[in-house]
Design a binder for this molecule. Structure first.
Ligand code: ADP
Ligand code: MG
Length: 695
């Protein structure tokens, strides 16, 4: 339950004085529905209103705040002409200009003969000095408060600055005093003030440097957010670990045979990771490990061997993939191995129905099935393993990370060792945000013999040439992925784009072409995928459904349309689909000219390097953390205050802080512990609190 001290922070925006339903709706859309959303809506700029020049010498274009006498109203003779108010003071004359004015309102705020203060941008019109739509109109007494430095907030159409500023002000006035969750020593060392003061400070910038993410007040709030995140991750992790683990150690009989049967030998990185995993499995504490390896680094075989370890020990293993296509693919890749070893492997996705499904359940429950591959369905309630000892989650970045982790941890019987595999080469700091302090094994070495993919960029106008090149390649027996662009927020448009391209390519290349997109039914997807994998067709036109994990070693060409719309990480994932087999891989990035700076930089990086980690670092530099993996797919928490680029050091401190706190006060019952609970609720890590023993 959220503590009472935070009730006001989570009150709806409409509860603020002066915020009616219309404004509340707009604020909800731009900022969020509750007062804390207003707290976190930080200014992006400042306006300096301290300048009060004499009217006779006021420069064009400046923001000025001046005291004037209202001389005369000149209402507009028709709708197209503005309403003017002529004013003056002893330094000169000023005309206030209003379009679509409400006369009664203007007469009320600017009564003739009275003195008023106005603030806005000065414009010269011939000899005339004007302010069009002043930002502020006040009485003479308000001069001092108007001559201020004003924060400027991000807005969207419909919401203007004034009601938003007013709402933020009153939200801040009501902001509670919260108990301090940082230690006095740390606060002093960082020169930070308490939470409430820091909040007030970030909303009252006095110079541009106060907008810097490294300004003390902003750092304090960012740190709070990072700490809440690290603490939540640590709590999930602790609870996973606390669940009594089990030691799993097989006799190597199956693994030995499997390795002997491989058409290749394991890379050094695969050997090292396996050693780490086996050791972790053999210890009685529960394993929670991340296997991080770039596309094509060979994670599948590592997972498979580790699963065999569990089977040797007489237990079961499960492998969860993010999509049906991938689950199917894993099943197909692993089935022949299993057959030779006499190991039973089963498949369970949302698609298996009726008798088949029941049979799978039955075989799973009595231990007939040794390894189960599937989508998230496999760790859901109602799926009863006889004895699940080892669970693998593949391509984890597709899932919301810690929710998934927690869910899996519970559903998997609470004791199974967990291995999470990610293909995205996330930089270290981001790994930590997403996974906390997990144990990590890295596949930092690719299987030998991989040639770098020849990568080129070309404007879309040269599409015809590209089609001709594809035609030649296909005639020569090559297989081609043709990826169509993602249309923002719209599956329907994605599908339309990909279907158009499919029709066009079928016309020019004939029956060689097939189509794959996310809206197709499962069995149909499989059918098309296996037609492409078997070589029955040579060109696969697809949306980014193929981005993750699909493995067709014979495919050697990748065409990406509108490459400028893809993130670096995504391009890297896509390119990783080719260059796995004997043929030289070729990647064509088609872009719509002219390219923006960022898109140009991305394409250059893609041409320059194949190193996934470097690509991820560059991406981080180009875009900032929140976007690096594409928020939709990243599973990264969405930070509102912290900026991983600027606050990476703080992240490390927060991690250590969280660790230390939980060592000293594992259930957060001490004074600081209680304050930290408030922090968790403030950043809506409510779920994490449920892991504490005294809830
Ligand atoms: P990812 O890490 O992207 O999941 P996969 O496990 O799909 O990579 O492996 C990519 C390809 O590399 C597969 O075709 C696999 O058979 C092959 N492979 C894996 N390990 C090795 C190795 N040590 N030597 C040669 N090829 C390997
Ligand atoms: Mg994979």
């Amino acid at each position: 339950m959220r503590p009472e001290i935070l009730f006001s922070a989570f009150a709806p925006v409409s509860s603020l004085p002066g915020v009616g339903p219309r404004i509340a709706k707009l604020i909800e859309k731009v900022v969020g529905p509750r007062l804390v959303d207003l707290y976190w809506h930080l200014p992006v700029q400042i306006v300096d209103r301290r300048y009060s020049p004499p009217l006779s010498s006021a420069p064009d274009g400046v923001i000025a705040t001046v005291t004037i006498t209202v001389d005369r109203h000149a209402p507009s003779p028709n709708r197209r002409l503005p309403y003017k108010v002529f004013c003056s003071n002893d330094t000169g004359e000023l005309t206030l200009v209003f379009f679509h004015a409400r006369a009664d309102y203007l007469q009320r705020v600017l009564p003739e003969g009275e003195t008023r203060v106005v603030s806005g941008r000065i414009q010269h019109y011939g000899d005339d000095l004007q302010i069009t739509h002043p930002d502020h109109i006040g009485t003479a007494e308000e001069l001092a408060s108007l001559k201020a430095i004003e924060p400027v907030y991000g807005l969207t159409a419909g919401l203007t600055a004034r009601p938003l500023v007013r709402a933020i002000r009153s939200a801040l006035d009501e902001a509670p005093d919260l108990p301090e969750w940082l230690t006095p020593d740390f606060l002093a060392q960082q020169h930070w003030s308490n939470w409430r003061d820091s909040l007030q400070t970030v909303h009252a910038p006095e110079s541009a440097s106060d907008l810097d993410p490294k300004s003390p007040a902003r750092e304090r709030l960012a740190y709070d957010e990072l700490l809440a995140n690290q603490l939540a991750l640590a709590l999930v992790r602790e609870s996973v670990r606390r669940g009594s683990g089990r030691a799993v150690a097989g006799d190597n009989s199956l693994r030995e045979k499997a390795v002997a049967n491989l058409p290749y030998s394991l890379t050094g990185a695969q050997e090292t990771s396996l050693r780490e995993i086996y050791e972790d499995m053999a210890s009685p504490a529960r394993m929670l490990r991340l296997l991080q390896g770039d596309v094509g680094s060979g994670k599948t075989i590592v997972a498979f061997l580790a699963m065999l370890n569990a089977v040797e020990a007489g237990a079961q293993a499960g492998l969860m993939a993010p999509t049906e296509i991938l689950a199917q693919q894993h099943f197909e890749v692993l089935s022949p191995f299993c057959e030779r070893l006499g190991v039973r492997i089963g498949l369970l996705t949302g698609r298996e129905k009726g008798k088949n499904r029941d049979a799978t359940f039955a075989d799973l429950a009595d231990g007939e099935i040794n390894i189960l591959v599937g989508t998230h369905a496999i760790f859901q309630e109602g799926v009863a393993f006889k004895d699940l000892a080892f669970a693998v989650i593949d391509e984890q970045h597709r899932f919301g990370v810690h929710q998934r982790l927690a869910l899996t941890a519970k559903a998997a019987g609470g004791r199974a060792n967990l291995l999470v595999m990610t293909a995205t080469p996330i930089p270290r700091t981001l790994t930590m945000t997403a996974y906390g302090d997990m144990d990590v094994s890295r596949l930092d070495e690719k299987p030998p013999g991989r040639m770098p993919v020849d990568t080129r960029a070309m404007p879309l106008e040269r599409l015809d040439e590209v089609v001709q090149a594809v035609r030649r390649a296909v005639a020569d027996g090559e297989r081609v992925y043709w990826v169509c662009p993602l249309v923002e927020e719209s599956d329907v448009l994605d599908v339309a784009a990909v279907e158009d391209r499919f029709a066009f390519l079928t016309e020019t290349l004939g029956e060689q072409v097939t189509l794959l997109h996310g809206r197709m039914k499962g069995p149909q997807k499989d059918a098309e995928m296996s037609r492409f994998a078997s070589g029955e067709v040579s060109v696969l036109v697809a949306t980014t459904v193929i981005e993750v994990g699909v493995d067709v070693p014979e495919a050697s060409i990748m065409v990406v349309e509108h490459a400028e719309r893809f993130g670096l990480a995504q391009l890297h994932q896509l390119r990783g689909r080719i260059g796995r087999g004997a043929r030289q891989g070729r990647c064509l990035l088609l872009y719509a000219a002219p390219l923006g700076d960022t898109a140009r930089a991305r394409i250059r990086i893609m041409r320059d390097t194949h190193d996934g980690f470097r690509i991820a670092e560059e991406d981080l530099r180009l875009r900032g953390a929140g976007e690096v993996l594409g928020t939709r797919q990243s599973g990264l928490p969405d930070f509102r205050l912290a900026d991983i680029g600027a606050h990476d050091e703080l992240m490390l401190v927060a991690r250590d802080d969280a660790k230390l706190v939980l060592e000293q006060d594992p259930d957060l019952t001490g004074e600081r512990g209680k304050a930290l609970r408030v922090l968790l609720y403030l950043f809506e890590r409510d779920a994490a609190v449920t892991y504490l023993r005294s809830g």
